[in-house]
Design a protein around this ligand. Structure first.
Ligand code: AMP
Ligand code: ZN
Length: 451
């Protein structure tokens, strides 16, 4: 008999025992990427965390359905396609491919389904019709809005009160809305923007609706777990709950809401808008994806994780040490419940890593059986998944400069330029180029990538 799984449920703000709706089909939905730019290490956090979660659920339950969507229609995508002078489909195909390659690089398993929003617009229109019919949504001037005050449980997940929302200044004001807190379900598209025919004219769905429609298709009206980063709690997840519960007439949407905290750099959220991103693809070929994976596991998912080069070096050294007692890939020895225990307890990945260190010590002194136990426990969470030769090959190709040093040099160059010391600025740029780093000034920011 395996142990129970405990989770911190953000819907109740409590750590709770996980009890699935159907033991024979455990269902999890995680909001996937908006494919407008290559994923960064911050985006990698939910990818890896929910991959480990998926593994734990599969260990305990015979059938687990894991859905992670691709948001391939959104204002950010339209803007980015225009800026890069490419078509929207070219952009979304390219970034989706890059996202899949990143998931592979991070040694993540494929979810059961990876639906694309653009392929499910008919279901979104159906859901809007249902919401209008039931009196939760209204049309005005080719727009459709969800009327927030009609849903009495609005704000429960994010602990927000309707009065505060109404007063909130951050809420978008539009002449088409009845109330400032209402959110869009459908809006007209401009010329040259992707559009679909609908009873309200040619247009496109709101972002929140995409997840409500796709989760319904693949997981049903009620399912077990819904996940994503904490920035999605409000308004995205709150709105998903409102739409789904009202359209489907249910008391719950998902029973357990799990959110990972941010990955930061110098304690600031890693985000494209902050200009502090490290793209996952820039690490490919320079470092093993396992190093990133171990680094992403090094903090509990509910705690912020500050990214730095020291962390990467430590993880690389740990893996090098571990590879010394590694037997072979794909060992299928059962990992004991005692070893798995930290993962059952609210996905305590640092606790599991501590167990791996203990198993390593035993394997180092012990026999092949101890090595097999250690290797299998690493394999369980996607570590030691390359052969020793592959690991050594990548290490030889190691980059000669770390991302942190690159950012520091870019900073120095910007200062030199501010002081009109262009000679110095060019020297720093050439130095970086010698180390294989290309920089580009765009929209007042300096972007970098490995050549
Ligand atoms: P996006 O493509 O921006 O919608 O983000 C995809 C996923 O990555 C969402 O679950 C976000 O919450 C998550 N995410 C974005 N930035 C970070 C970050 N700095 N740390 C952790 N998770 C993040
Ligand atoms: Zn979503």
């Amino acid at each position: 008999m395996t142990k129970d799984i405990f989770l911190t449920n953000n819907l109740t703000n409590k750590k709770e025992k996980f009890v699935p709706i159907d033991q024979n089909n455990v269902r999890m939905y995680v909001c996937g990427p908006t494919v407008y730019d290559d994923p960064h290490i911050g985006n990698a956090r939910p990818i890896v965390i929910f991959d480990i979660f998926y593994k734990i659920l599969k260990k305990k339950y015979s059938s687990v359905t894991y859905v992670r969507n691709i948001t391939d229609i959104d204002d950010k995508i339209i803007k980015s396609a225009k800026e890069n002078n490419i078509s929207i489909s070219e952009l979304t195909i390219k970034i989706t491919k890059s996202f899949y390659e990143d998931c592979d690089f991070l040694k993540c398993e494929e979810p059961t389904h990876q639906p694309k929003a653009t392929e499910h617009v008919d279901l979104m229109i159906e859901m809007i019709l249902e919401l209008i019919k039931k009196g939760f949504a209204y049309e005005n001037n080719h727009h459709v809005y969800f009327e927030v005050k009609k849903f009495k449980d609005y704000g429960k997940l994010s602990n927000k009160k309707l009065e505060d929302l109404i007063a909130g200044s951050r809420i978008e004001v539009s002449e088409n809305k009845k109330n400032s807190e209402d959110f869009v379900l459908w809006k007209p598209s401009l010329e040259n923007e992707p559009s679909w025919n609908s009873p309200w004219g040619k247009g496109r769905p709101g972002w929140h609706l995409e997840c409500s429609a796709m989760s319904k298709k693949f997981l049903g009206n009620e399912f077990d777990i819904h996940g994503g980063g904490i920035d999605l709690i409000f308004p995205h997840h709150e709105n998903e709950i409102a739409q789904s519960r009202c359209a489907n007439d249910t008391k719950v949407f998902a029973n357990y809401w799990i959110h990972n905290a941010f990955l930061t750099m110098s304690n600031e959220k890693m985000a494209k808008s902050q200009g502090n991103i490290l793209k996952i693809k820039d690490f490919r070929g320079k470092i093993s994806g396992q190093v990133l994976r171990l680094a992403l596991m090094s903090a509990h998912y509910k705690q912020p994780l500050d990214w730095n080069d020291k962390l990467l070096t430590e993880c690389e050294n740990t893996l090098t040490k571990w590879y010394n007692v590694f037997l072979t890939t794909n060992l299928h020895s059962e990992v004991s419940e005692d070893i798995l225990n930290p993962l059952y307890d609210d996905l305590n990945t640092p606790g599991y890593i501590a167990n791996l260190h203990k198993l390593y010590d035993q394997a180092f002194k012990g026999n092949d059986q101890d090595k097999k136990i250690f290797t299998s426990a690493c394999n369980f969470v996607g570590l030691l998944s390359e052969t020793k030769q592959q690991w050594l090959n990548i290490k030889e190709n190691k980059i000669s400069i770390t991302p942190k040093d690159i950012l520091a040099k870019i900073d120095l160059r910007n200062k030199a330029r501010q002081n009109k010391n262009y000679e110095e600025a060019d020297k720093i740029r050439d130095d970086l180029l010698d180390k294989g780093v290309l920089i580009e000034d765009k929209d007042g920011k300096t972007l970098w990538k490995f050549r």
